[in-house]
Design a protein around this ligand. Structure first.
Ligand SMILES: *[C@@H]1O[C@H](CO)[C@@H](O)[C@H](O)[C@H]1NC(C)=O
Ligand SMILES: *[C@@H]1O[C@H](CO)[C@@H](O)[C@H](O)[C@H]1NC(C)=O
Length: 497
């Protein structure tokens, strides 16, 4: 159950306050895949305001991750807004643009690979079968023109054909400009190369839901790992709708995936020629990997290992209490500021300390990722109410425990999809605690006999927007520590196994 593939109708409004642009976005039917809004501050009626903090470490969560923004927006003005915003990053981008990737001479093994890549491809170019993404891959004579966002594949084995691809792992994402992918048999009809490269290139977009910590990982960082890691740094990123602040924020990860400067495609008039080009990122499902479909059989464990290495965090196993019964396991209590907040933090801490945990408090402001990951990695258990902060499980050592506290009412399908399945794949122990009505502050807003409590499905049926407005935006949690205690005891048991 849940929202996957549920078709909802939703109205969305884009508000670009800083720019003074009021852009109205149409009403539309979307295929709503599971995704979450962990928005801290934005009211539901406010739409993603796209007010990115450029080049700062400030938390951006809540500025964009509003539930119904998954809707297919028809408004072309969005693109303008996105571009305008990107302009805020001008200083940094100029610096980036002026740096051209250095041509390198390749070791013999790489040369073989290049020759291999130059073998004519007869496989289909674009795979449109995934309900969430489109992915194109071309090997041979591939030319990418920046400003026109077009990719031309010159191939005697492919008839003239054309696709419009959203280079973001949500193909219904309306405010991402499409890339044209075209096959042609005649080199004359393709633009002339102005930059010749020997390494593969990946064309993808930033923006979208990025800026929300969960979406940063499920929409870009993990798909990028899945697409790029196999090249061991010998790959170049051609990025549309670039958000330079974002690339800086995750620099340790980006740097580990590519040794080349990224290209700001929208502003480049060059024609980049690569022997191998991918458009969009590989995607299986949210924050998970299907090793049977992944290059090199990568698994979620490879991803978390990769993250630890990117951030130079060493700890790969949680404390083993059989070996070290004297140690206090560290419990990371993820607090939220806005909605879905714990209202009785001191009581929770007392209870956890009573069970011999050392409690580490963290509020979910995700500015300084670099500084925070080692704190997360030092912990053995993470607990928090459903929200982006739990994404930090990716930095936990193996055998650690994630306890997701699921707000009322009937959100567990979404909750399990978002963090349960992924954390289990990452070889953590996962516990899910569904709060009772008495633990929900919604009781202060609705009488107990209200359908909000007695018939949650009647609210869920009204679509993501309405559901989120009540259950995600208005609800805080007063954890019943006596009811919850066994979950922490169970976590302790896991650390003894
Ligand atoms: C790139 O390679 C093509 C094909 O070898 C050649 O025609 C073209 O002049 C090269 N362009 C540059 C800028 O080196
Ligand atoms: C959370 O609240 C505290 C104090 O009210 C504030 O200093 C901090 O900036 C807030 N964090 C976020 C992410 O809004």
């Amino acid at each position: 159950m849940g929202y996957e593939k549920a078709i909802v109708r939703s109205m969305s409004r884009i508000e670009a306050r800083k720019l003074g642009l009021a852009l109205l976005v149409g009403c539309c039917i979307v295929i709503l895949t599971y995704f979450i809004s962990m928005s801290e501050t934005a009211g539901v009626d406010e739409q993603p305001s796209l007010t990115y903090k450029v080049g700062t470490n400030e938390a951006v969560e809540g500025k964009i991750g509003v539930p119904n923004s998954d809707s297919v927006t028809k408004e072309r003005g969005n693109k303008a807004a996105a571009h305008q915003h990107a302009n805020n990053a001008e200083d940094k981008e100029e610096e980036v643009e002026s740096k051209k990737p250095a041509e390198k001479s390749l070791p013999p093994k790489k040369q073989d690979e290049v020759i291999q890549m130059m073998k004519p491809q007869s496989a289909p170019v674009c795979d449109l079968s995934n309900f969430r993404t489109e992915f194109c891959e071309m090997k041979g004579d591939v030319r990418v023109h920046g400003k026109s966002s077009s990719v031309v594949f010159v191939s005697p084995h492919h008839q003239n054909n054309e696709w419009k691809i959203v280079p973001y792992v949500r193909k219904h994402m309306g405010n991402i400009e499409k890339v044209t992918v075209r096959t042609t048999t005649s080199p004359e009809s393709a633009p002339r190369c102005t930059v010749n490269q020997t390494v593969p290139a990946i064309v993808f977009a930033l923006g979208g839901f990025t800026g929300n910590y969960y979406h940063d990982f499920t929409d870009v960082l993990l798909p990028l790992f899945l697409t790029a890691r196999q090249f061991d740094g010998e790959v170049q990123f051609l990025i549309t709708n670039i958000q330079v602040w974002w690339l800086h924020k995750y620099q340790p990860i980006i740097k580990r995936l590519t040794r080349y400067e990224f290209v700001d495609l929208d502003r480049s008039n060059e024609v980049y020629c690569h022997p191998h080009v991918m458009v969009d990122l590989r995607f299986h499902s949210d924050l998970t990997i299907d090793p049977s479909r992944a290059p090199n059989g990568y698994s979620m464990l490879d991803f978390t290992r990769f993250l630890r290495s990117a951030y130079s965090i060493e700890r790969d196993h949680a404390v083993d209490l059989r070996e070290h019964p004297e140690r206090k396991p560290r419990l990371l209590l993820v607090e939220r500021n806005g909605t879905r907040r714990f209202t009785n933090v001191p009581e929770i801490i007392r209870m956890a300390e009573g069970l011999n945990f050392e409690v580490v408090r963290a509020d979910a402001s995700f500015g300084d990722v670099d500084g925070f990951v080692s704190v997360v990695n030092s912990c053995d258990v993470i607990m928090g109410v459903h929200g982006a902060g739990l994404t930090n499980f990716v930095f936990l050592p193996m055998n650690a425990v994630l306890i997701q506290i699921v707000p009322c009412c009937e959100l567990e399908g979404m909750a399990t999809h978002t963090f349960g399945v992924p954390s289990t794949q990452a070889r953590l122990h996962y516990l899910e605690y569904n709060i009772g009505v008495d633990e929900s502050t919604l009781l202060e807003l609705y009488p107990r006999h209200d359908p909000v409590f007695t018939d949650p499905q009647s609210i869920h049926r009204q679509g993501w927007f309405k559901m989120g407005k009540i259950y995600l935006k208005k609800q805080n949690v007063k954890l019943d520590v006596n009811r919850f205690r066994p979950y922490l005891q169970k976590a302790m048991d896991f650390l003894r196994q």
